[in-house]
Design a protein around this ligand. Structure first.
Ligand code: 3PG
Length: 423
């Protein structure tokens, strides 16, 4: 057991039917009907391989897209060949059913070591995020949902490896723990340990480099790590930096203010003032910004050309931030420093990503854009840890209650109580 949750060490798997919930939710090319990125599938391979190699009958449950990500809402059939290709000597079969008679018959016919991938669990209304938000099911009700009632009686164990979905309270993620012995998978355990290292026992100085356009995420994490004394410094970049400059009373010009306002982010200027009031000495702001006018140009924040939109941090800011990075022992980085997809505005992101990747500090990145930048600059494998989760990671670091962790811990307490009872 670890973190109050059973691990794969706590159970024997030979001949057992295991429901294994993975998060292989990936960007999809709808024209080619192919996955655009397989990072998450690679992540859950060790758990699936181990379960199959130990002789269990593995039933994979997964979501793909959904009501919040409708453009990616497709069948999990396209994940099957990728899984087969990544697994050693194992063929994954697929059925276009989640918990109906066809899926149940297929599960019943599995032999030891075989792996079956069920269709997208979000084809069931109970698994949709709007359903979750609206109905807020109790754990009793989660255990009484269709998917749990139909599949749990066919299984011996439930394994959750879907760390990237720990913030969701959906039946396939929190319902089976109510009725089956449950454990976390290997990826789940690794992600939990890597983020705990940043969150619970960071080696100091510990830096958070926060940029990008997901302002709500950045503020959630920033307030919590500053209040808890985890972060010795927060280096702001990207839109986060621009919002802080505005909060500090620096004129960032009408186009940048309009961009913030039209994206409904103006409230964060007030939140930024509050953060600065409490933690000014630990929050670092850009000293120069870049804009595009017949190519890349830069200006000190005190002399900004106010008719321009600022799309990157400048060389002086990068220089100042690299000094901080050089002294850090732990670095967490989320969100690019500028519009890194374009060559005129990628300098900040490229410089920081390469510096953090090559620094001896324990470095963690996560989230779609941050991983895309790491791939673009070919430094993904240089980070100490690349988290597969976006929203899940932010909420973990923001100290929010996480339904899947709570459900697994509840199952862990039951496991301990049963074992003490029999011992
Ligand atoms: C993610 O992509 O963050 C996870 O797979 C969860 O997906 P969701 O936000 O659609 O629930």
């Amino acid at each position: 057991m670890k973190y109050g949750i059973c691990t794969l060490e706590d159970f024997s798997f030979y001949g057992k039917t295991v429901l294994c919930r993975v998060d292989i939710n990936s960007p999809v090319d709808r024209v080619q009907n192919q996955l655009k990125d397989i990072t998450r599938i690679e992540g859950c391979i060790p758990t699936i391989q181990e379960l199959a190699d130990k002789g269990s009958k593995v039933v994979l449950l997964a979501h793909q897209g959904g009501d919040l990500e409708y453009q990616n809402y497709v069948s999990t059939e396209i994940h099957r060949p990728v899984l087969t290709q990544l697994l050693k000597k194992r063929e994954v079969t697929f059925i276009d059913d989640v918990c109906g008679p066809a899926a149940r018959a297929k599960i019943g016919a599995l032999a030891n070591g075989e792996i079956l991938l069920l269709d997208n669990v979000r084809y069931l209304a109970e698994e949709l995020t709007l359903f979750e938000m609206k109905l807020k099911l109790s754990s009793q009700e989660q255990a009484n949902t269709l998917i749990v009632r139909k599949l749990a009686p066919l299984a011996d164990l439930y394994v959750c490896d879907a760390f990237a979905a720990i913030h969701r309270s959906q039946p396939s993620l929190v319902g089976f723990e109510e009725v089956l012995p449950s454990a976390m998978g290997r990826l789940f355990e690794t992600e939990y340990s890597a983020l705990s290292r940043v969150m619970r026992e960071p080696e100091h100085p510990c830096l958070f480099i926060l940029g990008g356009t997901k302002i709500q995420d950045a503020f959630l994490m920033m307030s919590s790590v500053l209040d808890a004394g985890i972060a010795d410094g927060v280096l702001t970049t990207g839109l986060v930096g621009n919002i802080f400059l505005w909060a500090k009373g620096i004129d960032i010009g009408q186009p940048s203010r309009d961009f913030i306002a039209t994206n409904q982010l103006a409230e964060y200027v007030e939140r930024g003032k509050e953060v600065l009031r409490k933690h000014e000495s630990r929050v670092w702001l850009p000293v120069d910004l870049s804009y595009v006018e017949e190519g890349r140009r830069e200006s000190k924040v005190s002399e900004l050309p106010l008719q321009r939109l600022f799309v990157d941090i400048g060389h002086q800011t990068v220089k100042k931030y690299l000094e901080k990075i050089g002294q850090a022992k732990t670095i967490f980085m989320n969100g690019p420093a500028g519009v890194f997809e374009k060559s005129d505005s990628e300098y900040g992101t490229q410089s920081l990503w390469v510096a953090v990747a090559h620094s001896p500090a324990y470095s963690v990145i996560g989230g779609g854009d941050s991983i895309a930048a790491a791939k673009k600059y070919q430094v993904k494998s240089e980070f100490s840890y690349v988290c597969t989760g976006g929203g899940a990671m932010i909420r973990f670091l923001g100290g929010e209650p996480l339904p899947v962790i709570e459900a697994l811990q509840k199952a862990g307490r039951r496991f301990l109580a049963n074992n003490q009872g029999s011992g």
